[in-house]
Design a protein around this ligand. Structure first.
Ligand SMILES: Cc1ncc(COP(=O)(O)O)c(C=O)c1O
Length: 413
């Protein structure tokens, strides 16, 4: 059954899933491939074992513990270098302190709007591994490391960009990613680990977190998250059928460019705090009105986006503002819809600023098919609506009719 109204999910995870995958799940929920039982009831022993990766529970956060527990003992000094580029890698570094010494390789950053230049980093000669978030940075940095060395192991948290671009896995000791952003639903985390790194876990490492135990049991050491693995299988197939990671990369470049262009051409109305060279194609945070964000404008933007069936655009609670997540399943059309809305929102704002009314606010009533004008003059507040705009989504209106209409109402008031 189709949703009563199409909703575009720009959420940071659990993120949008491809519609074709959801339909497949719906079909197989009651009868998995003609077996006669639901996919939810399938024994995990039926999950194919032709994977060189392990599937575990505990999310990306579980790996913040598993990585040091499995690797920090490789060197007697139990020391690890960490590159902290955001809130998640800060958490990862904090967690690793429980198991050894953590060296943050760059000066402390107050906010995460830029990444300290790698030439300024101080790696510890005693440290075994480095963990960092942006894959782009990891890839560049891996060139200076000996990728097959056990002296330095490069670990990358790809939770937010896994399979959104091709990656040379051989450059990494460990890659991990929660599935709920680019490759499926919450509940399963994929870990790719180089063989020669298995078997060095600290004695206190819980078996369920130990890579050697999970790899030795084909991820079946304990009951795996079968349904999440099944969904991930469908999404991986969908990615393959749609051109693979290279195609996902092209699409994410197009989608993110669309939004960044609106931001950069808005003359400061939309402000992305992240420096251009460090911007993400997956998550686009921005403020509205000024660099700190105008609360009223941002609230109006979010309210309006909800009316237009665009959900989860609210920024992370720790930073506020707006954040658009453009993971693999978000289509070009979805991004176009957001870009068109942002453009119109800006134009409406400019219009309200340039009007000769004392104060004009364009208000959008419960449905976006009606546009009303609220004019406030001499403390008096009046709300009006017009029949001529009925059934016309406001973003399809050219500016001129809106202006004329505003002026028409003004002259009759
Ligand atoms: C880069 C990154 N690492 C780790 C996590 C935490 O993942 P989880 O919620 O699966 O523990 C997130 C979640 O958003 C993330 O974006």
């Amino acid at each position: 059954m189709d949703a009563p109204r199409p909703v575009v999910n720009f959420g940071p995870g659990p993120a949008k899933l491809p519609r074709s995958v959801l339909l497949e799940i719906q079909k197989e929920l009651l009868d998995y491939k003609g077996v006669g039982i639901s996919v939810l009831e399938m024994s995990h022993r039926a999950v194919p074992d032709n994977y060189k990766v392990i599937f575990v529970q505990g999310g990306g956060s579980g790996q913040f513990s598993a990585v040091p527990l499995n690797l920090i003992g490789l060197k007697a000094g139990r020391c690890a270098d960490y590159v902290v580029t955001g809130a998640w890698s800060a958490k990862a570094a904090e967690e690793a302190k429980k198991f050894g010494t953590v060296n943050i390789v760059h000066p402390k950053l107050g906010s995460y709007t830029k990444i300290a230049d790698p030439s300024t980093w101080t790696l510890s000669p005693e440290a075994l591994m480095c963990i960092t978030a942006p894959t782009r940075l990891c890839m560049a940095w891996s060139l200076t490391l000996s990728p097959t060395s056990r002296e330095r192991v490069l670990v990358c948290d790809m939770s937010s960009n896994f399979l959104s671009r091709p990656v040379d896995v051989s450059k990494f000791g460990v890659i991990f990613a929660g599935a709920q952003k680019n490759v499926g639903s919450a509940g399963v985390t994929v870990v790719i680990i180089r063989d020669d790194l298995l078997g060095f876990a600290l004695r206190e490492c819980p078996s369920v977190l130990e890579y050697k135990v999970q790899a030795g049991n084909n991820s079946l050491y304990n009951t795996p998250p079968c349904f999440s693995i099944y969904v991930m299988g469908l999404v991986l197939e969908w990615i393959k059928n749609n051109g693979g990671a290279a195609a996902m990369e092209k699409l994410s470049s197009i989608k993110s460019r669309m939004i960044y262009d609106i931001i950069d051409n808005s003359e400061g109305f939309y402000v992305c705090p992240v420096e251009p060279q460090n911007r993400s194609k997956m998550n686009i945070p921005f403020r509205i009105g000024n660099a700190k964000g105008d609360d009223a404008l941002e609230k109006r933007f979010l309210d309006k986006s909800l009316e237009l069936n665009m959900i989860s655009l609210k920024g992370h609670r720790s930073v506020g503002g707006i954040r658009a997540s453009l993971y693999n399943a978000v289509t070009i059309e979805d991004a176009q819809e957001l870009a068109a809305f942002m453009k119109k929102f800006l134009e409406m704002h400019q219009l309200s600023q340039s009007s000769d009314l004392h104060k004009v606010q364009l208000m959008f009533l419960e449905t976006h098919e009606r546009v009303a004008l609220r004019s406030e003059r001499k403390g008096e507040e009046k709300e009006t609506s017009t029949g001529c705009l009925l059934h016309t989504p406001y973003w399809e209106l050219s500016l001129q009719p809106v202006t004329l209409w505003c002026m028409g109402r003004h002259s009759t008031n």
